[in-house]
Design a binder for this molecule. Structure first.
Ligand SMILES: Nc1nc2c(c(=O)[nH]1)N[C@H]1C(S)=C(S)[C@@H](COP(=O)(O)O)O[C@H]1N2
Ligand SMILES: [Mo]
Length: 335
């Protein structure tokens, strides 16, 4: 295959892998499975083109003495992203001590996006109008079909060999200590710190149609709703627990006229959710028949069934109705 075509195919596949990787964290419901299938197929397509790309790179090194640090870093990050991706998908490599393979996967993927941006600018391969021939479209189809077949083969092999990957959730996560909150991992999105709060001095600030008021811990914890919900962290694990607390539909007035609910942590970490979800959103004070631990969000944390873990704001101290639509926020928390 010509070098140009390989480079363009690799760029397209990498963009697909990056986009579906981001979507897999953002999309809920049954669609998440398809984002993951597309992600895995694009990734295997990239791996399949490695022999051709190695040829291109070694010709470049021989002819132009290209051998820059970013290119070497890019190759290293691609190796890490591939090993951790395959390791997580098959279940052969899920945890590396305190970090999950998925965390390393995301870290190296972010590095790849930056380094690849540099690479494409430093060594551009410009698409030409003549690239759009029937023969090239056919070639693209063969790459896409081959990638999909490779993904299917890997999935079948994972099941036949009874690898742990066969028992993943649609999001790709592995079960971890369901119905046993004592051993559920404590994780933060980025660098938030576990808050140790004295319930005596703690107040929840509520802003809704009836104005602003503050609620004490005993009051919040007095009359509880109960739901069972799966916390599914983008770090690659999930746990099913029994949560108790107050449904936001019962806590807030004027939901019909509001657009979103802003849920904010003591630490400043915050998420905005659709007001129409209030009947399913629980401000939990308890899990598994015991008060939350500090790590899991004591005195109160959001339980947002059906949404990935980063929506489940811990150490909540403010809930406010808002006119701003829920989607008017960074797609992922930035703190
Ligand atoms: N305030 C705050 N809440 C947060 C986070 C955070 O960093 N800060 N991380 C979220 C993420 S990414 C996950 S997966 C869950 C983890 O909840 P757990 O520690 O109870 O397992 O909390 C969420 N709530
Ligand atoms: Mo998470």
């Amino acid at each position: 295959m010509a070098g140009r075509r390989t480079n363009l195919a690799l760029l397209a596949l990498t963009l697909i892998a990056a986009a579906t990787g981001v979507l897999a964290f953002g999309v809920g419901g049954p669609w998440v499975r398809w984002t993951i299938v597309a992600h895995g197929a694009a990734a295997l397509g990239i791996v399949a083109l490695v022999p051709w790309k190695t040829g291109i790179a070694s010709r470049g090194i021989r002819r132009h003495r290209y051998r820059s640090a970013p290119s070497i870093l890019l190759a290293a990050a691609l190796t890490v992203v591939t090993i951790t991706g395959l390791g997580h998908a098959t279940g052969v490599l899920v945890w590396l001590g305190p970090v999950s393979a998925m965390q390393l996967h995301v870290g190296s993927a972010i590095a790849i996006v930056v380094l690849l941006g540099w690479h494409v600018i430093a060594r551009p391969t410009r698409p030409r109008r003549t690239d759009l021939t029937r023969r090239n479209l056919l070639r693209a189809g063969v790459v896409a079909g081959g990638a999909a077949a490779a993904y299917g083969t890997l999935e079948v092999a994972t099941h036949v060999l009874r690898l742990p990957g066969a028992a993943r959730r649609a999001t790709g996560s592995y079960v971890r200590c369901s119905l046993d909150p004592a051993v559920m991992p404590v994780t933060q999105w980025l660098n938030d710190q576990v808050q140790v709060t004295d319930p005596a001095g703690w107040r929840l600030s509520i802003e809704d149609a009836s104005g602003r008021r503050s609620v004490a811990y005993e009051e919040l914890d007095a009359d509880r709703d109960r739901i069972r919900a799966v916390l599914d962290c983008t770090g690659g694990w999930w746990a099913d627990q029994e949560w108790e607390g107050v449904l936001l539909a019962r806590l807030l007035s004027g939901l019909e006229t509001a657009s979103s609910i802003e849920v904010t942590s003591l630490t400043g970490y915050a998420r905005r959710l659709p007001s129409g979800d209030a009947g399913r959103l629980l401000l939990a004070t308890r899990v598994g028949d015991a008060p939350l631990s500090a790590g899991h969000g004591f005195p109160a944390r959001l339980v947002a069934a059906g949404r990935r873990g980063f929506w489940w704001v811990k150490w909540v101290d403010r809930i406010a109705l808002s006119e701003v639509p829920w989607w008017w926020q960074a797609p992922f928390p930035t703190a």
